[in-house]
Design a protein around this ligand. Structure first.
Ligand code: NAD
Ligand code: WQD
Length: 353
């Protein structure tokens, strides 16, 4: 890679995690180019990124599957590295519309990698997920935990990981001059929002995930939370996950970007890292943390288990600490308080007056 200021292409930069990445990148002095088709995001997010940072980014309203558009963007911009966030992410929807998920996520990624290779841009950070891991008796997942996604969304992530490992393997054998340098970041459960309360998670319709659901109950848009099962083999019977503040998560991306330029990656390669806190919280612990921030109770009732949910899993984040010099800094209180700050400042997300 060349010297600063590097230009980073952020696919899906108007989305929840991508928008936070844009803020961190701009604040760290990088130039940012965003490609997003806005299928699950609003252009207002981009306006707010610029407001928070006082810097501008360049935005292309395009779909990754449009190869002509991608080639034109790579011809116009001098890109040093790509952070690839763009994708569809709803597990339930992926079971109903698998073709849409394989087309958007897998074909869209192939299209991106083809444009990158043609432009000789071969530094990539990819948004993978803990959902690529197989369910076993082991509840803490290290990067060498067996892989085995159990739904179409997860399989798109697993397939893209395989594609990237194959790309890197093929490349180091035949072209050592400008090899693929690829980091796969396996996220656990990203929650929270930027401390300004200006950008955050803005789900369409009724949220699927715990934190947006609780905050909409807290603000009165939804009547009560259904706790999906209290008979799991966990201390309080509710599901346990490794929640990670979105700002900690995107800081991990900047560390990964820096790692691509170290001698560790001189010969290229493709390597996966977990991004998680290494600690699990139960649904009831999250509810109680939210109640402490609110100073009042959250309405909830116990409902049956949700199909496909695991009882408990959390990250072993040591590899990211040892090799990327990254670890979470935010607390559970920060995660919940920042979620609530975003919700109260934007009761209707980016459509709020
Ligand atoms: P998001 O939906 O908020 O953001 C994704 C963005 O990509 C959206 O702005 C959407 O409009 C855009 N997009 C989707 N398909 C596109 C396409 N074909 N062309 C151009 N733009 C496209 O999701 P997020 O929560 O910010 O997630 C970002 C990435 O992280 C995704 O790849 C997701 O699978 C992954 N991930 C998310 C979570 C999570 O819980 N949020 C966990 C693990 C992994
Ligand atoms: C967390 C806990 C639920 C909602 C999902 C995807 C995963 C990843 C992140 C991208 C569980 C419980 C939830 C509710 C509840 N995405 N819950 N009532 O399922 O761990 O992960 O998002 O890669 O692939 O599956 O997150 O927030 O939906 O659930 O009781 O209304 O909260 O049962 O224990 P999950 P979640």
């Amino acid at each position: 890679m060349t010297q600063h200021p590097l230009t980073i292409l952020v696919t899906g930069g108007a989305g929840y995690i991508g928008s936070h990445a844009c803020v961190e990148l701009l604040q760290a002095g990088y130039q940012v180019v965003v490609i997003d088709n806005l299928c699950n995001s609003k252009p207002e997010a981009l306006t707010r990124i610029e407001y928070i940072t006082g810097k501008t980014l360049r935005f292309y309203h395009q779909d990754l599957r449009d190869k002509t558009a991608l080639a034109a963007i790579f011809a116009t911009e001098t890109i040093d590295a790509v952070m690839h966030f763009a994708g569809l992410k709803a597990v339930g929807e992926s079971c109903q519309k698998p073709q849409l998920y394989y087309d958007n996520n897998v074909y869209g990624s192939l299209s991106l990698f083809e444009a990158m290779a043609a432009a000789k841009v071969k530094n990539l950070i990819f948004s993978s997920s803990a959902t690529v891991y197989q369910e076993t008796d082991q509840r803490q997942y290290s990067e060498n935990h067996p892989l085995g996604a159990i739904n179409p969304y997860g399989r798109t992530k697993a397939m893209i990981e395989e594609i990237l490992r194959d790309l890197a393997n093929a490349d180091t054998e035949i072209n050592a001059e400008n090899p693929w340098k690829i980091i796969l970041l396996r996220y656990f459960n990203p929650i929270g929002a930027h401390e300004s309360g200006m950008i955050g998670e803005d789900p369409d319709g009724i949220p699927n995930n715990l934190l947006p659901y609780i905050s909409q109950v807290a603000i009165g848009k939804l009547a009560q939370l259904s706790v999906f099962g209290n008979d799991y083999p966990t201390p309080d019977g509710t599901g346990i996950r490794d929640y990670i503040h979105v700002v900690d998560l995107v800081k991990g991306h900047l560390k990964a970007l820096a790692a691509l330029t170290t001698e560790h990656f001189n010969n290229g390669g493709c390597k996966a890292y977990n991004l998680g806190g290494g600690h699990g919280y139960s649904v009831m612990e999250i509810i109680h943390a939210f109640e402490r921030v609110l100073g009042r109770p959250i309405q909830y009732s116990i409902a049956p288990r949700r199909a496909g949910d695991l009882a408990e899993y959390f990250a072993n984040p040591k590899l990211a600490l040892n090799e990327l010099n990254w670890q979470v800094e935010k607390t559970l209180h920060d995660m919940v308080a920042d979620t609530w700050n975003w919700q109260t400042k934007n009761p209707y997300g980016y459509n709020s007056p």
